[in-house]
Ligand binder design. Structure first.
Ligand SMILES: N[C@@H](CCC(=O)N[C@@H](CS)C(=O)NCC(=O)O)C(=O)O
Length: 239
């Protein structure tokens, strides 16, 4: 897709990355847009998200974040919008109705799909008992949100209609986690989300984004140190 306006960069983009859903959205965008970037690994299971140098870039101490020359951006949705605004790629038409749909679905993913799916993973797989109440709530809400995406994709090839956009990339980041979050048989109830996932997975850019995790030996164990780094709230229970 040709650039709508030339994106002249003075310095390489640095993507602060961990191979988890939110950073993966942005890696996919960079790969799809063909924007040159360098990966800086932030191993969240080793607690590197709390290093002072990273917190100076992302005060939220979570991945992803990026620097684009002297511009700093954190939060995956802001990063997608920044890259799309700068490059002019994978955006819907620049008209109020199309842009309103883009903002609606992007924010729906950012405030609904991501948090509910992420918290469901947390309570199902990592929280101590008793957790029935929390698992029930997040399972219900995650299913509710994904069913809304599935219904949208039943009506349209892509989230915003006929064209592949940054919203599909935002959905892809979390759709990859559906079997772990909702269960191995989740695709029976979300066939249209599965179609989007398969279609994006077949793109060379997605394969390159997936390959990023093999460039760094990211810690995979969720041991006591990883739990301390990722779930600092647990210290209050011990106290
Ligand atoms: N709203 C943020 C959420 C970022 C986020 O939760 N990142 C996760 C990976 S998907 C993370 O870094 N977790 C490590 C931690 O919570 O310490 C975004 O969209 O970028």
């Amino acid at each position: 897709m040709p650039l709508r306006h030339p994106y002249r960069r003075l310095a390489l983009i640095k993507l602060y990355f961990h191979p988890s859903p939110n950073p993966m959205k942005v890696a996919l965008y960079l790969e799809e847009a063909g924007l040159p970037y360098e990966v800086v690994a932030v191993d969240t299971r080793k607690g590197e998200q709390h290093d002072a140098a990273f917190v100076a870039i992302n005060p939220n101490a979570k991945t992803p974040a990026m620097t684009d020359g002297d511009v700093t951006v954190f939060d995956s949705t802001a990063m997608l919008l920044h890259l799309a605004e700068q490059s002019g790629q994978f955006l819907p038409a620049n008209a109020p109705a199309e842009r309103a749909q883009m903002y609606s679905w992007l924010l729906f993913v950012a405030s609904g799909i991501g948090p509910y799916t992420g918290q469901l993973v947390h309570f199902k797989h990592f929280a101590p008992e008793p957790k029935d109440y929390a698992v029930n709530r997040y399972d219900f809400e995650a299913w509710r949100h994904w069913s809304i995406v599935d219904a949208q994709l039943a009506k349209h090839r892509w989230m915003l209609g006929d064209d592949y956009t940054l919203v599909d990339m935002a959905v892809w980041g979390w759709a990859r986690a559906i079997p772990f979050a909702l269960g191995a048989d989740a695709w029976d109830r979300l066939p249209n989300v599965k179609r989007l996932l398969d279609e994006i997975n077949a793109r060379p850019a997605a394969a390159r984004a997936e390959a990023l995790k093999s460039r760094h030996a990211f810690k995979t164990e969720m041991d006591d140190d990883a739990r301390k780094a990722m779930f600092p709230q647990n210290a209050r229970l011990a106290a």
